[in-house]
Design a protein around this ligand. Structure first.
Ligand code: FAD
Length: 471
């Protein structure tokens, strides 16, 4: 008679098979979220903010269905171990595709079997589960294009089933004692406060973003997605991470309009990268701890705390890099093109290990996703699957000139350069001192000198790369 819906990364009512099935099958339904500080503390500070807001919003939406969201603190296994056969409950949840979470899930299923607790779990926020997708010879894909071609076909051929709807006449129950206050989850440091200006982590907002994508962005997405000064991407990434929207909902909406709006293919392709990343970290979980390409294990990374600090603070003296890092710190999100530029700068110009960058992104991104973050950092560093070759080194001056020609993005995030003529925006040190004085930007005084010379850094990176080739 009784059901518990265990919310993990599916903070939504619509298109939520676990929740819908529980309400259809049971008279009494409760929901639980287990906050395990080990997964967040000092690692995912920005996401603590997103999580606490998501809990607040989901709790309101569930209340309308007469379901209480009980927030518990602790290790998932310990919290769930209080359920006993006599409680007569069935636990429902959706899958999460991260190796650690999968391992923990196995232990929880064993516990439920031991304690004779019924449970049911469902597909998570993905189009095709990684277990269903291998090459014809049974080995996993390491190259994106054939992976995506087959995955997309497979998804289309399966035609997603019509989902059942949430039943509204539910009787309320509380199963757990001592729910914690959602406010306890908020990071102690106040820097996240400003995120409220930029985001509303709710299902309603996710739907609005999707509609905005379909109405105003998808047609030009192919070009606009590369221009950080244009709001040309969907910004759905944090909503996808927390499941405020299901990727199948996005897929279906895109399919409905595909004939009219040409950018849709490119957009769907990006969703494909998300699927590919999930497949990679599950078939090659060693990627989470180091390079996928073993020849990179001997790469001569440089340890330089001063450079790392300047990079994190957006004070490298390269305006497009600094703009990206400041956008990240201010909003918890960074434009994809700029993510590639700042990541390349860290691993190639500064030759600092990609894992340092990965860790910083993990702490600051509201859309942090283990699969995409690790796979993309290794893609940029050249040590991942289907990666950009290490020797292809982004020139931060040309990248700025090409993708933020008018400086809209750079001047927004690095306001001290707002009067810099565009000709010098990406190399302000080349502007003659007398002109610098006139516009009140003195390089080395109120905007940093480049922490490293581009040409020297490039050559040093290429030399370093040669050493791994020899090995
Ligand atoms: P859109 O352009 O609207 O794309 C739609 C969706 O497709 C995104 O929401 C995302 O789910 C997916 N997507 C797009 N590009 C990629 C990609 N290259 N790889 C995987 N999925 C993609 N994305 C994350 O979601 N979490 C991360 O932690 C993350 N870390 C990254 C780290 C680096 C170094 C780089 C270069 C990229 C990273 N990305 C990450 C991928 C990408 O930058 C973001 O998904 C994208 O910027 C999110 O903005 P959007 O929703 O407007 O994207």
């Amino acid at each position: 008679k009784k059901a518990i819906v265990w919310i993990r990364e599916d903070f939504r009512i619509e298109y939520n098979e676990a929740l819908a099935t529980a309400t259809q099958n049971h008279e009494y339904v409760s929901a639980i979220y287990i906050y395990n500080p080990k997964n967040f503390d000092k690692k995912r500070e920005a996401q603590k903010w997103w999580l606490s807001k998501s809990l607040e919003n989901l709790s309101i939406d569930l209340k309308k269905l007469n379901i209480t969201l009980e927030v518990q603190l602790g290790d998932e296994l310990e919290v769930l171990s209080i359920l006993k056969k006599k409680d007569d409950v069935t636990v429902y949840w959706s899958k999460v595709y991260e190796p650690d979470v999968i391992n923990k899930g196995k232990k929880i299923r064993d516990l439920f079997i031991k304690n004779e607790i019924q449970y049911k779990y469902f597909k998570g926020n993905i189009l095709v589960e990684f277990q269903e997708m291998t090459k014809d010879d049974g080995t996993p894909y390491k190259v994106f294009t054939p992976f995506w071609k087959k995955t997309e076909q497979h998804y289309i051929s399966k035609a997603p089933s019509k989902l059942i709807r949430v039943k509204s006449k539910i009787k309320k129950i509380n199963i757990f004692k001592n729910s914690i206050s959602i406010k306890e989850i908020l990071p102690k440091k106040n820097w996240h406060k400003k995120f409220e200006k930029y985001w509303d982590p709710s299902e309603k907002e996710a739907k609005k973003y999707l509609q905005e994508l379909i109405n105003n962005k998808i047609e030009d997405y192919g070009d606009a997605r590369d221009i950080p000064g244009v709001n040309g991407t969907s910004k759905l990434s944090p909503f996808l991470k927390f499941g405020q929207i299901h990727v199948e909902t996005i897929w279906k909406k895109c399919q409905d309009i595909k004939v009219k709006k040409i950018g849709y293919r490119k957009y769907i392709n990006e969703l494909g990268w998300r699927e590919f990343s999930h497949s990679l970290i599950n078939y090659f979980p060693q990627m989470l701890k180091g390079n996928l390409r073993k020849d990179f294990d001997n790469f001569p990374w440089v340890k330089n705390d001063k450079f790392l600090k300047a990079w994190k603070a957006g004070m490298t003296g390269y305006p497009i890099v600094d703009a990206g890092m400041r956008e990240l710190y201010e909003t918890g999100w960074m434009h994809n093109r700029v993510r590639m530029i700042v990541a390349s700068f860290l691993v190639k110009h500064l030759r600092i290990h990609w894992m340092e960058g990965e860790k910083h992104f993990k702490n600051c991104l509201v859309d942090y996703n283990e699969a995409s973050n690790v796979a993309q950092w290794q893609w940029v560093a050249g040590c991942g699957a289907d990666a950009a070759p290490y020797f292809r080194i982004f020139n931060p001056i040309l990248q700025g000139e090409k993708f933020d020609k008018d400086g809209i993005y750079t001047k927004k995030w690095v306001p001290e350069l707002k009067n810099m003529p565009n000709k010098f925006l990406y190399k302000p040190w080349e502007l003659e001192t007398k002109y610098q004085e006139q516009i009140k930007v003195i390089v080395g005084i109120n905007y940093p000198k480049p922490i490293i010379d581009h040409v020297e850094a490039r050559n040093a990176a290429l030399d370093a790369f040669k050493t791994i080739k020899k090995n």
